[in-house]
Design a protein around this ligand. Structure first.
Ligand SMILES: [Zn+2]
Length: 715
């Protein structure tokens, strides 16, 4: 059947048969009536992956014409081409309206009065208007004639006729709506397009913030459905579902959403560009990977139970097996995407794989439940864990050599219900720190920041804390400082869990709680070895803190980290952990609180004037708002250079508090945080908020990234 050439089908389509059905019904249901014989109706049909729906439609069609349906499967493209050719050939609507400008044609699915009249009288009364299992009205039909998008943009003075023509040509060639073509050509901004579309269609558009969609919302609709109808679920309150649609007038899709989710859809405009971005970030799966999964599941389902198990075991050990290949391709992909973690998590009937990239988790693919245990077992094999153990959490590690770099992977399993969740942390490759570069280099730090940290490290004893939540780049800062003080004449020892970066010339001790090698016990042992500089990966308990303070007060420089949000909150945390305030005041040299922010892609970031409402979320003073508005800020767009994310890499922002006499005095007297902070700021400390604002002001970070990391101002 699929061998039929399009022209052959087109030749066979009878005008009479085609016109038996209303045009909007044909277009909505994506079928092409081809011909009728005395007992059969031949029709071409696109299968959108909703089988029951199809059955229902077929029975409806045949009820109407009382003929047996004979279906010729069509691809979506074939349907579009046939539909276009037929409407043209049979003069159903004018050519322009058929061109696939969804953004441009307000509602291609609106009934055409002209078509209605052509339906033969004997079989028109019950023809379904779209397909209603649900009688509820979907969209208000806007009766007033709308201006076409291009005309509207010209009238608004945003584009010229010449630009519109260029965009129309581009749109035809790339099969994208004309609005998106205008943006791609740089004639208008995405924001301008969204505003114009919203205006034209009387439907709100999806904001950038709303496009950060959680996985459980995305999974409300099947992937094929999303791709096919260009619909993205945005949010649900359990009753309604907000959906971003490239064509918000696609009534059939809206009806199907009710059918699929049981929720009432509220359409919003989504541009084609944004739709593509969504597909990219939520569904990008490697074809190769999928193929491998298929092969694995086929192999797995052959043979009887016993032999399968022995085969599986052999297979798991075998580097060249398909499971092994799949697992390495997964790791390779994670490294390519510069992911810091791989999560393999059970869902109801499958597993999902997510990567953490630049601090954000993104779903990359689904693993069918059939092969999930093999994949997890393979990971266990390479990490030397017990593959028979499913009920207890396990830790393991392995290294993988890719190119000339050796990556360390740390794996943890966690039993979740009857299944296992696997988390793989990818550690930075071992490096040999250069011994000639003696400067501290931190991405995003100002010269002033670096100077302050360097001065701290010249102190012969005392503790320097680097603080922030997980993933805020503390380790990088610590190593950079270590590298600075790393000299032949200095004895440096670290206690870490895990040893994240291997550094030449430094003694690195790995904590091993099982063997009772703890931070505290290591520290006591290290102190007997007379080190000059000690780095403690993290201070988690009083015992370790006590030893660290003791080390600092007896002539050692100690570097460590804490999970606190600001420099002054660190002081409070130390007191809560049980340290005496006067000991903190004398032992601590300085505190560096930091965060990592995603940096805007310089190739595509876009200058705009922020609205006051947006600015109010990060700035409180109106004079400052004026300055921000006057200068203009930047926001992400997305281009090839940044994989359409709008961001490239990350930058640090730093709040550096050097403990001077006045601050020490305040700490000793248990002064409240804000008082300490005021004094620190008056003696030159830049708060994280200020450093973040500077980054926004300098066009390195958009407002929403600032808010994601540091939160919005609350009044
Ligand atoms: Zn870019």
């Amino acid at each position: 059947m699929s061998g039929l050439a399009l022209e052959d089908i087109l030749d066979k389509i009878s005008e009479n048969c085609f016109k038996t059905f209303p045009l909007d019904f044909i277009q909505g249901e994506k079928f092409i009536p081809i011909n009728k014989t005395s007992e059969a109706l031949y029709l071409g049909m696109v299968d959108a992956g909703l089988k029951e729906k199809r059955e229902q439609l077929l029975s409806k069609i045949t009820q109407e014409v009382n003929l047996k349906p004979k279906v010729i499967p069509l691809t979506n493209e074939q349907f579009e081409q046939l539909f276009e050719s037929c409407t043209e050939k049979f003069n159903l609507i004018n050519k322009e309206q058929v061109s696939k400008e969804q953004e441009n044609t307000p509602s291609p699915l609106q009934p055409h009065p002209q078509d209605k009249s052509k339906i033969p009288d004997n079989n028109n009364h019950n023809l379904p208007q779209a397909s209603p299992p649900n009688p509820q009205p979907m969209l208000q039909q806007d009766a007033k004639p709308k201006k076409r998008l291009g005309e509207q943009l010209i009238d608004d003075g945003l584009i010229t006729q010449d630009q519109l023509e260029k965009a129309l040509a581009e749109s035809k060639e790339t099969k994208t709506p004309v609005g998106s073509a205008l943006v791609k050509l740089g004639f208008i901004t995405l924001e301008q397009l969204k505003a114009a579309l919203a205006d034209q269609q009387g439907v709100n558009y999806v904001t950038e913030k709303e496009l950060t969609i959680s996985d459980n919302v995305i999974s409300l609709l099947p992937e094929e459905f999303i791709r096919f109808n260009k619909v993205v679920p945005i949010e649900t309150d359990g009753k309604n579902i907000q959906v971003g649609m490239v064509d918000p007038n696609n009534k059939r899709a809206l009806n199907d959403i009710i059918y699929l989710t049981g929720l009432s859809p509220k359409p919003m405009i989504l541009t084609h560009i944004e739709f593509e971005k969504c597909i990219e970030s939520y569904f990008k799966t490697k074809k190769e990977t999928e193929k491998l999964m298929e092969v694995i599941s086929e192999e797995e389902s052959s043979g009887d139970e016993d032999s399968i198990w022995s085969q599986v075991e052999k297979e798991l050990q075998d580097e060249s097996s398909n499971v092994a290949k799949f697992v390495s391709s997964l790791i390779q992909e994670a490294l390519d995407k510069k992911a810091s973690d791989i999560h393999i998590e059970p869902r109801l009937d499958h597993y999902i794989v997510r990567f953490r990239v630049d601090g954000i988790l993104r779903k990359v693919l689904e693993v069918p439940a059939k092969i999930e245990s093999m994949v997890i077992s393979r990971f266990k094999v390479i990490a030397k864990m017990d593959i028979a153990e499913h009920r207890r959490p396990q830790d393991g590690h392995t290294s993988i050599k890719i190119g000339d770099r050796l990556y360390d992977l740390r794996l943890n399993t966690l039993p979740v219900g009857a299944k296992e969740k696997l988390c793989i942390r990818i550690l930075q490759p071992s490096i040999r720190m250069s011994t000639d570069v003696k400067r501290i280099e931190l991405v995003g730090a100002t010269t002033n920041d670096i100077q302050k940290i360097e001065i701290m490290t010249t102190s012969p004893h005392g503790i320097i804390f680097v603080t922030g939540p997980t993933g805020s780049g503390k380790t990088t800062t610590l190593y950079s400082v270590l590298n600075k003080v790393n000299e032949e004449t200095v004895n440096i020892t670290t206690v870490e869990d895990p040893v994240e970066i291997k550094v030449e010339g430094i003694n690195q001790v790995q904590v091993n709680t099982k063997a009772d090698v703890t931070f505290a016990s290591c520290l006591r042992a290290i102190l007997r070895q007379d080190p000059d500089v000690i780095m403690i990966g993290e201070i988690r308990d009083f015992e370790t803190l006590e030893s660290a303070i003791h080390a600092a007060l007896t002539g050692h420089l100690v570097l460590s980290t804490l999970h606190t949000n600001s420099a002054t909150a660190t002081v409070t945390r130390l007191i809560e952990m049980g340290a005496a305030s006067h000991l903190i005041a004398s032992a601590v040299v300085g505190i560096v609180a930091q965060r990592l922010l995603r940096r805007l892609c310089p190739a595509c970031k876009e200058l705009y004037t922020p609205e006051l409402d947006e600015l109010k979320m990060i700035v409180s003073q109106s004079e400052e708002m004026d300055v921000f508005r006057e200068k203009g800020l930047y926001r992400p767009i997305g281009c090839d250079a940044c994989g359409n994310t709008g961001f490239v890499g990350r930058m640090g922002i730093y709040e550096i508090m050097t403990l001077n006499r006045e601050i020490r005095k305040l700490i000793t007297h248990n002064a409240p945080n804000h008082e300490i902070e005021e004094v620190a700021v008056s003696t030159g400390m830049k708060t994280l908020q200020r450093a973040g604002l500077d980054a926004v002001f300098n066009g390195e970070v958009p407002i929403k990234e600032y808010i994601r990391i540091l939160g919005a101002l609350t009044e």
